[in-house]
Design a protein around this ligand. Structure first.
Ligand code: 9MR
Length: 375
């Protein structure tokens, strides 16, 4: 299907209108239709979007994307806020919404140092629990969560953000207590709970050389030990001048070469100035609000919007070039107003990081991606 003609020559203007209002005919094609034979095109969903509160983004998600991931509701602090007390209401609704709308459903995330409940790694006095106790807690959490959605959630971010930019292990509680063994442990437990589910390692700042090599080593180690790992998720929290696209591409190729699929996860492109050029997506790193850091509160100048379209399209050009290696590209949110980028690393800003604007209208980049997909 790679050669299929999808855009009529009169198309660009009508195309943008049509994807904006979501109608689909032979001539007017949505993002997910255009990418159907390339890779899944996904989005993260917030609770408001799959529970009928935010109907605007819900519609945009349904009409334009083919895969979903929960932005927050499946993190361990929400699923098991107290030991043995699970809260599945929102996660159940998320999965039901995905099934009702024919989405490829990914679970996010089983083991992550952030948004983990206090009780998981420490005892009542705040001291680290023993390796045996943590192993048991991980076993009960992963088993309960993965087996509940067995056959329905098609892939899991098993371990999230365990490696630093220089390639060293993040010194998380999991690492302090179990060393790097917590990673193979998590992959083994997830596989036991649903042998058919795909399993992923997911991280940000993947264009860094040190991180690239460490992730390749991790993939190889897991595979040598006979453990299942299907793909590496390259979080795409990118900016106008980072990362260098060539370095991102190098990592993509290195992961594929290590024998797994690549997924571009958590894609968003900020236009805002960063007080620290090297922050990746470390949620704990934040800076105080200053007006000078929020230059586009009243709207995005055309020149900046055009540059944004260009950069987003450049990334998609790379994704399409390597479509045989990529199984999914997922935006970290539906419309600009939904994006966590408005609140990080500086709270209270106005960013324009996603493919649909605050009114749910497709940005020019959507038409550009559709055009690129048809070539
Ligand atoms: O987008 C998420 C935001 O709403 C949460 O407040 C934040 C809390 O840690 O997590 C954000 O999502 C993160 C994702 O789960 C893992 N990679 C980095 C993402 C951005 O922080």
């Amino acid at each position: 299907m790679k050669s299929r003609k999808i855009i009529p020559c009169w198309g660009a203007a009508a195309l943008l209108l049509s994807v904006g209002c979501g109608s689909q005919t032979d001539e007017k094609i949505s993002l997910k239709e255009a990418l159907k034979d390339k890779f899944y095109i996904g989005t993260a969903l917030s609770v408001a979007q799959f529970t009928g509160v935010d109907t605007l983004s819900e519609r945009v998600a349904r009409e334009n994307f083919s895969a979903i991931v929960p932005e927050n509701c499946m993190k361990s602090m929400f699923l098991q806020p107290a030991e043995g007390k699970f809260f599945f209401d929102e996660a159940d609704k998320f999965v039901a919404w995905g099934e009702a709308n024919g989405m490829w459903i990914t679970g996010h995330c089983l083991v992550w140092h952030s948004q983990a409940p206090e009780w998981l790694c420490t005892d009542g006095s705040g001291k680290n629990v023993s390796p045996e106790a943590l192993t048991e807690r991980l076993r009960s959490h992963i088993t309960a969560v993965v087996s509940r959605y067995r056959g329905r959630i098609k892939g899991w971010d098993v371990v999230n953000e365990a490696i630093l930019e220089d390639g060293s292990w993040r010194k998380s509680k999991f690492y302090e207590i179990l060393g790097e063994e917590f990673i193979p442990l998590a992959f083994r437990l997830a596989h036991e709970a649903d042998p058919d589910a795909e399993l992923y390692y997911n991280d940000y700042s993947m264009a860094f050389e040190g991180k690239r090599s460490a992730v390749v080593r991790l993939v190889k180690t897991l595979r040598e030990r006979g453990l299942r790992i299907d793909a590496v998720g390259m979080q795409g929290h990118i900016g106008m001048d980072y990362p260098a696209i060539e370095e991102f591409e190098k990592s993509l190729l290195a992961f594929a070469e290590a024998g797994v699929k690549v997924m571009v996860t958590e894609l968003d492109l900020t236009v805002l100035p960063s007080p620290n050029p090297n922050v990746g997506a470390a949620v704990e790193t934040t800076f105080e609000y200053r007006q000078s850091l929020n230059p586009y509160a009243g709207g995005l100048p055309d020149s900046v919007a055009t540059a944004w379209t260009g950069r987003m399209s450049d990334f998609f050009r790379i994704f399409l070039k390597h479509q045989d290696k990529i199984s999914r590209v997922t935006l970290w949110g539906v419309c600009d107003g939904d994006s966590w980028r408005n609140g990080w690393p500086v709270p209270g800003r106005t960013d324009y990081a996603l493919l649909f604007d605050r009114q749910g209208k497709a940005k020019p980049a959507v038409g550009e991606i559709i055009r690129l997909a048809g070539q």
